[in-house]
Design a binder for this molecule. Sequence first.
Ligand SMILES: *[C@@H]1O[C@H](CO)[C@@H](O)[C@H](O)[C@H]1NC(C)=O
Ligand SMILES: *[C@@H]1O[C@H](CO)[C@@H](O)[C@H](O)[C@H]1NC(C)=O
Ligand SMILES: *[C@@H]1O[C@H](CO)[C@@H](O)[C@H](O)[C@H]1NC(C)=O
Ligand SMILES: *[C@@H]1O[C@H](CO)[C@@H](O)[C@H](O)[C@H]1NC(C)=O
Ligand SMILES: *[C@@H]1O[C@H](CO)[C@@H](O)[C@H](O)[C@H]1NC(C)=O
Ligand SMILES: *[C@@H]1O[C@H](CO)[C@@H](O)[C@H](O)[C@H]1NC(C)=O
Ligand SMILES: *[C@@H]1O[C@H](CO)[C@@H](O)[C@H](O)[C@H]1NC(C)=O
Ligand SMILES: *[C@@H]1O[C@H](CO)[C@@H](O)[C@H](O)[C@H]1NC(C)=O
Ligand SMILES: *[C@@H]1O[C@H](CO)[C@@H](O)[C@H](O)[C@H]1NC(C)=O
Ligand SMILES: *[C@@H]1O[C@H](CO)[C@@H](O)[C@H](O)[C@H]1NC(C)=O
Ligand SMILES: *[C@@H]1O[C@H](CO)[C@@H](O)[C@H](O)[C@H]1NC(C)=O
Length: 301
Amino acid sequence: MRSTTLSLLLGAGIASAQISLPSSIFGLPFSPQCQGAVLQVLTNGSFAQCFPTTDLLPLLTSNSSIVPVLDNFMTDFCYNVQPCSNDTLQQAAQTVLAGCASDLAAGRLPNSTVTTAFSIYPLLREVLCLKTIDPYTSESYGGFLGEPPIPINEQTYNSTDGYFCVTSFLTQLTAYFGTNATVPYIASIVSGQNSTALNLLTSINPNILCNECLFGALEVVEAAYPAIGNIELQTIANYAPVVGLPVIQAPNTTINGLFNLTCAYEGLSVSTNGTLPESISVSIVNSTFPYPITDGSATAA
Ligand SMILES: *[C@@H]1O[C@H](CO)[C@@H](O)[C@H](O)[C@H]1NC(C)=O
Ligand SMILES: *[C@@H]1O[C@H](CO)[C@@H](O)[C@H](O)[C@H]1NC(C)=O
Ligand SMILES: *[C@@H]1O[C@H](CO)[C@@H](O)[C@H](O)[C@H]1NC(C)=O
Ligand SMILES: *[C@@H]1O[C@H](CO)[C@@H](O)[C@H](O)[C@H]1NC(C)=O
Ligand SMILES: *[C@@H]1O[C@H](CO)[C@@H](O)[C@H](O)[C@H]1NC(C)=O
Ligand SMILES: *[C@@H]1O[C@H](CO)[C@@H](O)[C@H](O)[C@H]1NC(C)=O
Ligand SMILES: *[C@@H]1O[C@H](CO)[C@@H](O)[C@H](O)[C@H]1NC(C)=O
Ligand SMILES: *[C@@H]1O[C@H](CO)[C@@H](O)[C@H](O)[C@H]1NC(C)=O
Ligand SMILES: *[C@@H]1O[C@H](CO)[C@@H](O)[C@H](O)[C@H]1NC(C)=O
Ligand SMILES: *[C@@H]1O[C@H](CO)[C@@H](O)[C@H](O)[C@H]1NC(C)=O
Ligand SMILES: *[C@@H]1O[C@H](CO)[C@@H](O)[C@H](O)[C@H]1NC(C)=O
């Protein structure tokens, strides 16, 4: 019953937003069969019950900030839904593979693109369920970013074990950009239409990395994929021409090196032992993440 309701709701959401799914994404084909398979997985069946897609529907139809929508999504995702089992994730991947076989072949993408996307579910949930007891306020960073459009408080956002890192970090960005993070606004940045916003984006201070939430997220990701921290920045920069950007000369260091170097003045460094920064914890029911993560506050005492 629940999945039928979900698919009706999603159908209605898409209809009222008058969204037609694009027939290609980044130049890759996205055929009607493939769209059908993706919608089927998101709306009908066991995956839809462990990934609360309906909570994201307001993103399709509303012009208001995405932050409360995401906070509500994470409240359900972290506390209220049963996490997906491996079987559910494998079945969902198989459904998408079957519906998208010709698209993948045309785009020369291996099947592992899809199976990997579903297999990172436990990691994704662990990262989205990071919470901070030191969320963004108008006094953060010496007060120079100022008041955010939607201040963080327990009337607006979930406050169990602190506030979601995603909520805190996005709120910090909205204070910096001086505007609510609505879907049309984000789209205008991505498409390069808002030059004021683009200027703000390119002149962002590298110290933005020095946020315990980002260190926490990096540490969770590296618990599963330790090699990520050792990727050379130049290797990433080499992709710039692929996405149409000019050649970039990156500093001669790795991802972890960049974080350590940029944030040494804050006494922050990337820990490789699965212990989160002091203000950060994973606030989650029935985690399926298979690597040990220790909450920062657990060692602070
Ligand atoms: C949902 O799945 C069931 C069984 O797999 C199928 O019979 C039904 O047609 C599906 N509904 C939609 C809207 O895709
Ligand atoms: C969203 O905002 C744009 C321009 O700001 C406006 O044209 C559009 O009608 C709005 N859509 C909704 C659903 O409010
Ligand atoms: C967590 O797991 C327990 C035991 O399997 C189960 O009873 C409970 O419903 C689960 N909670 C959620 C939110 O999945
Ligand atoms: C699910 O799959 C992952 C990766 O293959 C594995 O580490 C984990 O033990 C599996 N979980 C269960 C409950 O089988
Ligand atoms: C990819 O998945 C499709 C659909 O499940 C399957 O037919 C095909 O054999 C798979 N390709 C490889 C290389 O495993
Ligand atoms: C941001 O959104 C909130 C809630 O939707 C609204 O009260 C506020 O006026 C908005 N602020 C700006 C600057 O648009
Ligand atoms: C935050 O989540 C917890 C766990 O689901 C819930 O008990 C609490 O009511 C939520 N708070 C808000 C403000 O949504
Ligand atoms: C462009 O970006 C600036 C800075 O974030 C913002 O104040 C302004 O409202 C944006 N303009 C439009 C049309 O979205
Ligand atoms: C980059 O740094 C490494 C280790 O510090 C050093 O061995 C290497 O020569 C440097 N490469 C360049 C191009 O400076
Ligand atoms: C970052 O700092 C941590 C803690 O001091 C250290 O263990 C790690 O090796 C450093 N990594 C790099 C690439 O500098
Ligand atoms: C983990 O490493 C950090 C430094 O990166 C250190 O402060 C902390 O004590 C270590 N925790 C454990 C349990 O070893």
